[in-house]
Design a protein around this ligand. Structure first.
Ligand code: ADP
Length: 529
């Protein structure tokens, strides 16, 4: 019987640990499968100002690095801590039954050391927070050194060594910081372990007297030695270590909670219903300060736009043109004054409805490493499945890309970008046309061009704006530029300076007025000869 029992126990032990390994892998994968997609979706819903904020960026980067590990660790640490506490409790119980004062001494030692482990866990996680800041920098330099996107400039400027040094500097700061914290942690944990061990051995010595007096039998004393040494093992390392790990995981979960509490855009990623019928857009005494800015970048901006007309914002760099566009498309809601879309406050609209009303080509438009078709189609994400080739061909014809695309073997299905070998690298001007095509595919009634042409020479920019105006005849358009010749055809031009509109009117009216616009126009004339 005993041999059979031993055999069964051995099989169970072996089987149980393999089963546990299997369950752990499955649990991890399950957590990953559920958590990652959810986190990515939550990230895509984050309110725009959150993404611009350094602290939130660090938080996002911490949360996105192995979130499943932390969640799994909390669960795992909780179980092993419970097992440990039960073990220690059992041993203390046996001791208390025989020598109660020894248990009092052990508990008195245990309380401050557990506290120390909790503090140590917090310090460690805080160090982890500091390291992510540095990590963001060196990961960026690593990307500059290895990514295909930077290859031309890397070869041209031969800056590899310089960036490598910058990478190394940041990496070293993070590494040294982490090493320092880990050294401190090791010394703290080990010294508290040694002290616990010392106290337990003193207890063994104290127990010698009652043993010699015959109060405790020799047999019991010998078994105490075994128990106390097991206790030393548990208290000096395992318990403190687990409390420390548990505190770190708790801090990580706190981060996860802070991330979940970040402001989200209500209704982001929700498909809008049919686009709104655009009637008017009005700014009434709008003042705006960026969340991380120190003063207002827009002061008392008031204007009105009507459906079907063409408008332009002009002014020097930094005068607030792009900020107005960002407010129009609902990226920031913390402004003073009123922004009215069809007479109703913009704040009362769902983001999906605002997105369906305005389509925008930004100054730093994105270049997606996907096919030409996908690059264009995502401009109207609601209609991707129903988008016809005729519509796409019409758009590429309108933006003068038809001939170039026809020359490609795979036509609209040609892969762009540098993430795979077959990816076609196209010129800056062609990328910009693709970005404009994205706006045109959208059924949004208002089309905005926010200086996507700033890399072009003035004459080419003027041509792009003219062409865009031609193909957007039935739409309301808003142009943003600092080059005045591009916007001559606009129905109304708003001239911005220092965050306010200083002049408004048609090109002719503004020229006749002979003030700022006229002077700028005269100065810029030389660009077009
Ligand atoms: P423009 O489009 O006319 O060149 P912007 O609207 O981009 O000007 O910028 C107006 C002012 O707002 C500038 O002084 C700029 O430095 C500041 N600004 C722009 N973006 C931000 C931001 N995200 N955070 C803080 N300040 C900003």
């Amino acid at each position: 019987m005993p041999i059979v029992s031993l055999f069964l126990i051995t099989i169970f032990e072996y089987g149980a640990s393999s089963l546990l390994d299997f369950a752990t892998v499955k649990l991890r994968l399950n957590i990953r499968g559920k958590l990652r997609p959810e986190l990515i979706e939550l990230c895509s819903n984050l309110d725009y100002p959150c993404i611009e904020n350094d602290k939130t960026l660090d938080l996002i980067s911490r949360v996105k690095t192995n979130p499943e590990e932390w969640v799994y660790k909390v669960f795992n640490d909780l179980i092993s801590l419970t097992v440990l506490v039960m073990k220690v409790g059992l041993i203390l119980g046996i001791l208390a039954y025989n020598v109660w004062w020894a248990v009092l001494i052990i508990i008195a030692i245990l309380i401050p050391f557990s506290k120390l482990s909790i503090i140590s866990g917090r310090v460690n996680y805080e160090a982890n927070r500091q390291v992510t800041k540095q990590q963001r920098k060196y990961l960026y330099f690593g990307k500059v050194l290895s990514s295909r996107d930077y290859v031309e400039e890397r070869v041209l400027f031969q800056y590899g060594n310089r960036i490598n040094e910058m990478w190394l500097d940041n990496y070293e700061i993070a590494r040294k910081y982490q090493l320092k914290v880990e050294k401190k942690w090791f010394i703290r944990m080990k010294s508290s372990g040694f002290m616990t061990a010392g106290f337990c051995i003193i207890i063994l010595f104290l127990l010698l007297a009652p043993t010699l007096n015959g109060v405790i039998s020799i047999g019991l004393y010998v078994s105490f030695i075994g128990i106390i040494f097991e206790l030393i093992d548990l208290l000096s390392w395992d318990l403190t270590n687990k409390i420390d790990a548990m505190t770190q995981s708790k801090e990580a979960v706190k981060d996860l909670n802070s991330f979940l509490e970040l402001e989200r855009i209500e209704g982001a990623n929700i498909k809008s219903t049919a686009p709104l019928k655009f009637e008017s857009l009005a700014f009434r005494n709008v003042k705006f300060k960026y969340p991380n800015g120190s003063c207002n970048v827009l002061q008392d901006v008031t204007f009105e736009m009507k459906a079907g007309k063409h408008y332009a914002f002009v002014g020097e760099n930094g005068s607030g043109k792009t900020t107005i566009i960002k407010l129009i498309i609902g990226l920031y809601r913390g402004y003073e004054g009123e922004i009215l879309l069809n007479g109703k406050s913009l704040k009362d609209y769902k983001l999906a409805d605002i997105n369906a009303t305005f389509s925008n080509v930004f100054q730093d438009f994105a270049k997606y490493s996907m096919s030409i078709r996908d690059n264009i189609e995502i401009g109207d994400i609601n209609a991707v499945e129903t988008m016809t080739d005729e519509k796409l061909h019409q758009i590429v014809e309108d933006i003068n890309l038809k001939e170039q695309i026809e020359k490609l073997d795979k036509g609209l299905d040609t892969q762009l970008g540098k993430i795979n070998e077959s990816g076609l690298d196209i010129s800056g001007g062609q990328w910009q046309k693709i970005a404009i095509a994205r706006t045109m595919v959208s059924s949004a009634p208002v089309r905005i061009l926010d200086e996507p042409t700033s890399a072009l020479d003035p004459i080419s920019e003027s041509e792009v704006y003219h062409n865009f105006q031609r193909i957007s005849k039935e739409y309301t358009t808003i142009f943003v530029t600092h080059r005045l010749a591009s916007v001559k055809e606009a129905d109304e031009i708003f001239v911005l300076e220092g965050g306010t509109i200083i002049e408004r009117g048609s090109h002719k009216e503004l020229i006749d007025k002979g003030e700022k616009y006229c002077k700028m126009y005269e100065t810029q004339k030389g660009w077009y000869v």
